[in-house]
Design a binder for this molecule. Structure first.
Ligand code: GYE
Length: 305
């Protein structure tokens, strides 16, 4: 029989490729580090990069991918902003004979098939990141407290899965309760605004779990504006490992952060080369992430971006 893998468009072996990279937005340090990693590797991987920035709109990102198809790129590297709306664009690329590699965020695995619709997903285990954040909080809080959760962009794979991993662990700890969970769209300013509002309804909050460092930093500002001492009155835990987060941990305002590496360039290049050679690519090229708390944030400041 024909394996699912054989249904995918091939990538020729050649010295230079026209590669589309469809970024979701560029409003935070994580995104900027990711785009830089892709632009840097393009030079050494023989990629002429067609770079697009969807500016936070899944609809624009669909149009960006369609324009890459029209430009007949050899390969599309896509960071799908949300799990569902990009699936038709992925299928359109396949129909046009262009292989797609997903990096950073995945599409809904119930609606699209890796190895059939796209080559692979290169990225972190978001459920595990949420779990690790929760496990740290259970210890730091001695299993007691009221948590505000700041969710990432609605419908994105990291928001869905970071919530799942975290909430599952917290549900098993009767002394801990998530009193509110709302989206801050992965943005610092929205995180601050949402935290400010939630603090009015829940002035007795003892912990904040943010799906990314930018929202955590925003929440810290809101806590301070409300006269609270982040790190003492309210513990803060999040995900990413940005320089600002490592600095906040070193200064005691933030408790911990799970790394989520944005440095996909070299892995994307390597994966594309293997694919062009006809090697089998695993459906998920998993990125391993570190963990930072008071014990190692200062020493690992160079990891920050
Ligand atoms: O954590 C966040 C960014 O998709 C894994 O998106 C990524 C997330 C990252 O905006 O800071």
């Amino acid at each position: 029989g024909v394996s699912a893998y054989a249904e995918l468009p091939k990538l020729k072996q050649k010295d230079t490729y026209k590669v589309g990279f469809a970024q979701t937005e560029s409003n935070n340090p994580w995104r900027i580090a990711e785009s830089k990693s892709m632009q840097d590797v393009a030079k050494t991987c023989g990629w002429n990069l067609v770079y697009t920035d969807a500016a936070g709109s899944a609809a624009k990102q669909v149009a960006d991918v369609e324009s890459m198809i029209a430009q007949k790129v050899d390969l599309i590297v896509l960071a799908p902003r949300e799990e569902k709306p990009l699936i038709p664009a992925v299928r359109k690329a396949k129909k046009a004979g262009i292989p797609v590699i997903l990096i950073d965020r995945d599409v809904d695995p119930k609606l699209a098939k890796v190895g059939v619709d796209y080559v692979t997903f290169i990225g972190s285990d978001f459920v595990d990141q949420g779990r690790r954040a929760a496990e740290w909080l259970v210890k730091a809080s001695k299993g007691q407290g009221k948590i505000v959760e700041l969710e990432g962009s609605t419908g994105s794979s990291p928001a869905n899965n970071r919530k799942k991993g975290f909430d599952d662990v917290i549900a098993k700890n009767t002394g801990l309760k998530i009193v509110a969970s709302q989206s801050g769209d992965f943005s610092r300013d929205k995180g601050r605004q949402v935290m400010q509002t939630l603090l009015q309804a829940h002035p007795d909050v003892t912990a904040v779990y943010a799906h990314n460092d930018e929202m955590a930093i925003g929440a810290i500002s809101a806590l301070e504006a409300a006269g609270k001492k982040p790190g003492q009155d309210v513990v803060v835990v999040s995900i990413d490992g940005t320089r600002d987060a490592l600095t906040a941990i070193a200064s005691g305002k933030m408790g911990a952060t799970v790394q989520s590496s944005p440095f996909f360039g070299p892995i994307a290049c390597e994966t594309a080369r293997k694919y062009a050679r006809g090697e089998k690519i695993p459906g998920w090229v998993k990125v391993e992430d570190k963990f930072y708390d008071k014990s190692n944030a200062q020493a690992n400041m160079a990891d920050g971006y």
